[in-house]
Design a protein around this ligand. Structure first.
Ligand SMILES: C[S@@+](CC[C@H](N)C(=O)[O-])C[C@H]1O[C@@H](n2cnc3c(N)ncnc32)[C@H](O)[C@@H]1O
Length: 252
């Protein structure tokens, strides 16, 4: 099984039934901001921090790997009527959980400013719904079909991107980047830089480690999908951002 498949299966199950082993949420959320959020979302908090405290009124927010939507619903109340929140996740069951809660939260808060989109966070250009619609009409059987698929992906990224260039005030992520395969990480940080406005911000809560993770642990699907063996080296995390042209990066 690939890392991606393992992550996909684990979070499909965890969206439907709470999994304790995936959970290390912090407890210092503002309780008033949690009040409008349904229990089924609060129970499925698979985060490891609270990046929402860096959000400001009026921001356009992008939450990478939004899961059940908790951070998006908190951010929605902070950004208010002048702001907007987009959650991206590639797991349908997680998106269904978040979508179920969306109208309930909007009714209680009065802010109808959250949207969930299906996508891979390392490829925020590709709108997977539009890709799927195209695939329904185009069978991939031979080399030429693959070329047509590549051309369509390129067209979609350029003409109808999932997230536009230079459109986000603050990118958030809570315990997700460690799940992205190492081969995709360079692309992931390039995508963050592409979507964030000049002068915008990124606030990441994630799992880090202080020595290299041995290969046999990285190869363990259970540990990878459980947010353990994909941990970033703490002392190299800042370099990863710097390589993607971010500046002013701090560990807090
Ligand atoms: C550990 S959970 C965290 C969910 C949420 N941020 C929270 O705080 O509860 C990881 C989430 O990231 C999603 N995910 C993992 N890899 C992803 C990827 N490459 N692209 C999009 N979503 C991804 C999973 O489907 C899952 O919902």
């Amino acid at each position: 099984m690939s890392v991606n498949q393992a992550v996909q299966e684990r979070y499909s199950a965890a969206a439907q039934e709470f999994e304790l082993a995936l959970c290390c949420p912090v407890a210092n959320y503002d309780k008033a901001l949690l009040e409008p959020i349904p229990d089924e979302v609060l129970e499925r908090d698979y985060g490891c921090g609270d990046p929402s405290r860096f959000v400001e009124a009026g921001d356009t927010v992008l939450d990478l790997g939004s899961g059940g939507g908790k951070i998006c619903f908190i951010a929605s109340q902070i950004v208010g009527a002048a702001g907007k929140v987009i959650g991206v996740d590639r797991n349908r069951e997680m998106l269904e959980l978040a979508e179920r809660a969306r109208p309930q939260v909007a009714e209680k808060t009065g802010f109808n400013n959250v949207e969930f989109r299906i996508g891979n966070i390392q490829d925020l250009g590709l709108n997977l719904n539009l890709m799927e619609t195209w695939l329904a009409d185009h069978e991939i059987k031979q080399r030429e079909d693959l070329l047509a698929l590549e051309a369509e992906q390129k067209r979609l990224r350029k003409e109808q991107p999932l997230i536009e260039d230079n459109s986000i005030d603050i990118v958030l992520s809570n315990c997700v980047l460690n799940l992205v395969g190492e081969e995709d990480r360079h692309q992931l940080f390039k995508e963050l830089f592409r979507v964030v406005k000049r002068g915008g911000r990124v606030a990441i809560s994630d799992i880090v480690c202080d020595e290299d993770v041995p290969q046999h642990l990285k190869d363990n699907d259970e540990l990878w999908s459980g947010c353990i063996s994909g941990a970033f080296r703490e002392d190299k995390f800042l370099e990863v951002f710097a390589d993607a042209d971010f500046y002013g990066v701090e560990l807090v």
